[in-house]
Design a protein around this ligand. Sequence first.
Ligand code: NA7
Length: 542
Amino acid sequence: MNNQQAHGADPESAKGEVLDALVVGGGVSGIYALYRLNEQGHSVRLVERGSGLGGTWFWNRYPGARFDSDSYSYGYFFSEILAEEWQWSEHYAGQPEIERYFNFVVDRFELRDKVQLDTTVVSARFDSNNNVWVVGYADGQEVVTRFLVLATGMLSEPYIPAFDGMDDFQGVMVHSGEWPAEGIDFAGKRVAIFGTGSSGVQLVPEVARDAASLTVFQRSGHWVTPLNNRPFTPEEQEEYRKNFREVHQKRLGHIGGFIHEPEPRLTFEVSEEERLRKYDEVYNSGGLRILSSNFADTLADPAANQEFSKYVAEKISASIEDPDLAERLIPNDHGFGMHRPPKGTSYYETYNSDHVQLASLKESPVVRFTKTGVVTTEDEFEFDVIIFATGFEAWLGALKKIDIRGMDDEALMEAWSDGPRTLLGMGVPGFPNLTFVAGVHSVGGNLPAFSEVHADWASDLITYVKRHGYSRVEVTKEAAREWTEHVYETVKPVLLAKGSWYQRGNIPGSDGKILTYYGGLGTWREWASQVADSGYKGMEFQ
Ligand code: NA7
């Protein structure tokens, strides 16, 4: 029986093959979705615009790019083979190793022949007569699929600010998220970096090592704390192998899908001595424990937040020789964790070198770019290379690049003109047979952990549709309203910086609506199970 017969439909649009599912995006979430859908017997293909797999971990190959979540907790947990046959070399692995990991997964589970690289999806139209999606590629080809699975990523569409005269600059300009595979030689070059988020912070010491000069254009200071990277020893690997199942369960039980022990106590509930002990512990442990194992109110009570920010400010001051410079590097417009906190390796110490300087854009904004560099209100700079580590248009940027049309030819971005509306971040009213993995309003933490849970749910839904002889499933408006209200409710107690990309604050003129879900993995899983166990309440089938 072919797919067409299996669904009892005869799509006019389908001149040839009708897939059960087309996965768009070959990053963390897309690769697992491909695995899961294939494993459940669905006919599936994955398309990816890049010439390699890994998504974020394919494109962000700038020097210094690495995890800030523990390597062994970041990957997949769907098979023990992963623990048996893959060995991480460091606690926070670097980009080349991460890219190798995703390719290892695809090859080890024999998925390569289902992957189509160098394929950019530009349109997707729901054909409501035949209940299929007709998906268009940039080269003009079309494919027909019963389900469209969008795994287009969280941070996949680079954001570059518009400065006057940018086109005049005759040197190299590059975004951290579109780094050339052949790399960039900085030896003897005058280099500028715009942006001091996670990417800029990882780039600064690496670029400074080789460049003749480095100027860092900082708009806001960020709370950079030590990554404390170190080798992942064979003994640790053995321990991890033995505890693979427990680590998996621990991730599923953690609000953000991490393995860090939460700290239930509140900041001012303990003595000052105990508070300092805890601060030292999370500060020195490296990675994201600094937030997820910190006092429970660090990101909820302004006084608690101020207390920890003061602690980190002292650490920053101690790393920088020039007190005025330290003053300029310490954030003064948001508390610790209100932006995603960058993790660094000798970040502040790099500014102690004579060939590295900080140019504060708040004190002296850019007037324009020139043929040879950048003019600010106070200075004129000459550069050979300008790097934009200026972030991404989170989630929506990648979706906007595809003309997605649901029922009555409605565009997804029109349907979301007042902010995303989804059930569980998985389905949208008016857009049948469309699902996301690690999409907007569905995730907040360790992305591979969420990806596995989302793709399992999506694949089960597709199995359910097929098993019951349906050809279409659509989220109701009421179900999407309820979930969306819940998403907005859960973010209310969280202290967030206005400019945070979690709420589109980094995109000029945006509405500032929250894009991620703060209710935690446990609540998401509970809600998702209730939907599935009730025969998909809140979803309509045909
Ligand atoms: P981020 O964290 O969004 O950081 C972007 C940086 O670029 C940040 O310092 C911004 O300053 C700066 N920026 C943005 N727009 C401008 C303009 N117009 N002028 C000057 N500077 C600007 O992106 P990353 O790539 O570093 O990290 C993204 C995520 O990857 C991170 O959260 C981790 O999850 C991994 P601002 O702070 O807004 O003043």
